[in-house]
Design a protein around this ligand. Structure first.
Ligand SMILES: C[S@@+](CC[C@H](N)C(=O)[O-])C[C@H]1O[C@@H](n2cnc3c(N)ncnc32)[C@H](O)[C@@H]1O
Length: 378
């Protein structure tokens, strides 16, 4: 198990003692480095940089040891003394990676540069107008107040899930918002950036920010492993190759959320669904983006003919309507398929489908009654 998984597990317990023991077991220096990276990632300091903001120094404390990190909001460091925030490392881990109820600031001190500012005013040196941006950003992260909506995060990280091409983020938020505070494994097919191994990862970073307790995994036909970072794992796999997909599942375990934003070719969409849906956790969600490509012959090999064919993405999705009602069929016109009992809802929006996994076996007393009215053979 890697360090991040270990810390997420420890935070799940909500126990500061267990978290503190975990820090000692992993090593304080290495944990502090991970925490500084996470805080810097979430704080998005670049948005407040360049406006005369002071630096912030964060000191984490564990078992009599200290680790220090300074966030420089100005390219040249500005000329104001740093705001100094000190906090226990275990409390910080619970605040970053624990359930929302475990966020606290009991051990925190914040040392503001009051005297220096007064002296500056006394000497009639101008006070910068917006100097407190970086400490505010850091404190927002430590208090879990950095919870931006998904549309803003899409724009910030540069994925096209909201913008001229698509307006998916309100739909994602509708389905995923209630899961935001959960410990999740998210798998997205299609890292982005196509042939360039150094390019892409925008949506993975958006998910990482949106879900503070999630591990986000991306897979792409191109080797994008250079884009991995804490809480983002990347695999190389062709989404039409079942064995490669199952090898990824072996590594990451059962996902809670799967997003298909890969080739958008119907045959690939269907192959990925058939390989991955059985591994999706109960109550999990499976998203398929860019359904319109199934209509487009150029580039995607799509077709506008016979949209009920099961090898067309549209026809494939329509079959779930039948499957959802598998207990209502009175005759034997239909052959049962494994997803009949596992798909509890199908939502189709403009270019986006969402399939909910659960147990679809309520029984149907009304269908039983109907059968009683049916003429018997022989
Ligand atoms: C639309 S981009 C993904 C964008 C990204 N999800 C985002 O929102 O920022 C599609 C990606 O799918 C990858 N891809 C294309 N065919 C694939 C396949 N057969 N298997 C896996 N990935 C594939 C491409 O290399 C490309 O990087």
């Amino acid at each position: 198990m890697n360090r991040i998984d270990t810390l997420l597990d420890a935070a799940e317990t909500r126990s500061a003692d267990i978290v503190a023991a975990t820090i000692s077991a992993i090593g304080f220096e290495s944990v502090a480095d991970l925490l500084f990276q996470e805080i810097l990632f979430r704080a998005r300091i670049d948005e407040v940089a360049g406006h005369g903001h002071a630096a912030t120094t964060l000191i984490l404390v564990h078992a009599g040891h200290k680790a220090e990190f300074t966030v420089q909001a100005e390219p040249r460091g500005g000329d104001l003394p740093a705001v100094v925030i000190t906090q226990d490392a275990a409390e910080t881990i619970l605040a970053l990676y624990g359930p929302r109820e475990s966020v606290s600031a009991d051990t925190r001190t914040v040392c503001w540069p009051g005297t220096e500012l007064a002296q500056r005013a006394w000497a009639k040196k101008p006070l910068p107008g917006r100097w407190a941006g970086s400490p505010q950003r850091i404190l927002d992260v430590l208090d879990r107040r950095d919870q931006e909506n998904l549309g803003r995060l899409a724009v910030y990280y540069g994925t096209d899930k909201w913008g001229a091409a698509h307006r998916y983020t309100p739909r994602y938020e509708q389905h995923l918002g209630p899961l935001r505070d959960r410990r999740l494994t998210i798998l997205e097919i299609g890292v982005g950036g196509y042939d360039d191994p150094q390019s892409g990862g925008e949506s993975l970073r958006m998910w990482k920010h949106y879900f503070p307790r999630a591990v986000v995994c991306g897979l792409d036909i191109v080797d994008k492993r250079a884009l991995a970072e804490p809480r983002i794992s990347i695999f190389q796999a062709d989404q039409s190759d079942r064995d490669s997909l199952l090898a990824v599942i072996d590594e990451i375990g059962r996902p809670d959320v799967i997003i298909d934003d890969g080739s958008h070719v119907s045959a690939h969409i269907i192959a990925s669904f058939q390989a991955l849906f059985p591994s999706l956790r109960q109550d999990g969600l499976y998203f398929i983006e860019d359904l319109q490509a199934a209509l487009w012959a150029p580039v995607f090999g799509g077709s506008e003919d016979d949209l009920t064919r099961p090898d067309h993405a549209f026809g494939f999705l329509k079959q779930f309507i039948d499957g959802l009602h598998h207990e209502e069929f009175l005759g034997d016109s239909r052959t049962a398929v494994p997803t009949d009992q596992e798909v509890t809802a199908l939502h189709v929006y403009h270019n986006l489908a969402v399939i909910e996994k659960g147990r679809n076996a309520d029984g149907s007393p009304s269908a039983d009654l109907m059968r009683a009215f049916m003429p018997r053979n022989g």
